[in-house]
Design a protein. Structure first.
Length: 327
């Protein structure tokens, strides 16, 4: 029999920076298409691993001199390299003890969101770009039985992290932990091993300062509208995000963009196109698709991280102050 203590020690040894455990019942209020238990109904625990994003990777964006590091090492390598490697090492412990695991990195081009109105929010919320998914998308898949959601189901890492007691969702919609603030990504393991769950995090990291809203280059975070979701027997909420604006800003455009690759009017038009539908600009295409996310989470990550550090509420302390962006 595996214990929670053994499992957590093994997760850290496998490479995770954070680990939390959720009981399946905490997801029960979610629609089936958002509930991880739809994929593995026999699962008895949901384990969430957090992999930190190194703080120094934000410096190139803050100084306006080097954009590839954060998106390649902090984003792509975290999701597509380090998470799968960590999960591989972690899950062997379970199989050796006779338990199944379904390791799920934050790396899939999922899902079926057909038939969902992108403007619909609340318990049927979505958090993807409506220009790519949602009511305008093609038919994608069908349920194999009447009582099952169509594949692939879509569950959110931040909700799993919440259920595993790792932290809270800030007003920005970004998950915040007491260790790193917004500076990590999550992977999930579903298993039939029954483990003691962690308590839900009591909250208090987000103080509703509004810096994520003010400093978002895309003006994508609403200052007044909220999304509310029932989960783990509670109601949680965050501010509504305009995903089309967020997507443009992440890739270098936006109303308050500070993008040094935006030199000509043609660049400006290119970077402000919806990235998933019109990557035609000669510079826009290669820069965006090579992963140089110029917006690079300025408000929701960098402004929030600096604010939480200034307040002294994060456990990971540094000798050098992070401070504000140069532009
Ligand atoms: S920047 Fe302020 S309001 Fe936004 S998520 Fe962080 S703490 Fe909350």
């Amino acid at each position: 029999m595996l214990t929670s203590t053994q499992v957590k020690a093994h997760a850290l040894k496998a490479g995770a920076d954070l680990v939390g455990i959720a009981a399946p019942e905490r997801f029960a209020e979610l629609p089936d298409r958002y509930n991880p238990m739809s994929a593995f109904p026999e699962a008895k625990s949901v384990i969430v691993l957090g992999i930190r994003i190194f703080r120094g990777l934000y410096r190139g964006v803050q100084s306006g001199t080097f954009y590839a590091g954060l998106s390649m090492m902090g984003y792509a390598s975290n999701k597509w390299v380090f998470q799968p490697v960590t999960l591989w090492k972690f899950c062997s412990l379970f199989e050796d003890a006779g338990y199944e695991t379904a390791p799920i990195p934050d790396a899939f081009p999922w899902s079926n969101l057909d038939g969902i109105d992108p403007d619909e929010m609340g318990q049927d919320f979505i958090d993807v770009n409506p220009a790519f998914f949602g009511k305008d998308s093609r038919d994608f898949s069908r349920p194999v039985k009447d009582d099952r959601p169509a594949p692939d189901i879509y569950f959110q890492m931040r909700l799993a992290a919440y259920c595993a007691g790792l932290g809270e969702i800030g007003d920005s919609g970004v998950f915040l932990t007491p260790e790193y603030g917004p500076r990590q990504m999550f992977a999930v393991v579903l298993t039939d091993a029954e483990l003691d769950p962690d308590p839900i995090f009591p909250g208090g990291l987000c103080d509703h300062c509004g810096k994520c809203i003010q400093q978002c280059p895309g003006c994508a975070i609403s200052s007044s509208e909220k999304i509310t979701v029932r989960i783990a027997g509670r109601e949680i909420s965050w501010n509504k995000l305009d995903f089309a604006k967020c997507s443009v800003a992440l890739h270098g455009g936006g109303e308050k963009a500070c993008n040094p690759f935006m030199v000509s009017e043609e660049d400006k038009a290119g970077f402000n196109q919806q990235p998933y539908t019109a990557a035609r600009n000669y510079k826009f295409g290669p820069i965006v698709w090579s992963g140089r996310q110029i917006g690079a989470w300025r408000g929701c990550h960098m402004a929030c991280m600096a604010h939480l550090e200034e307040r002294g509420v994060l456990k990971n302390k540094f000798k050098t102050r992070f401070g504000d962006c140069q532009c």
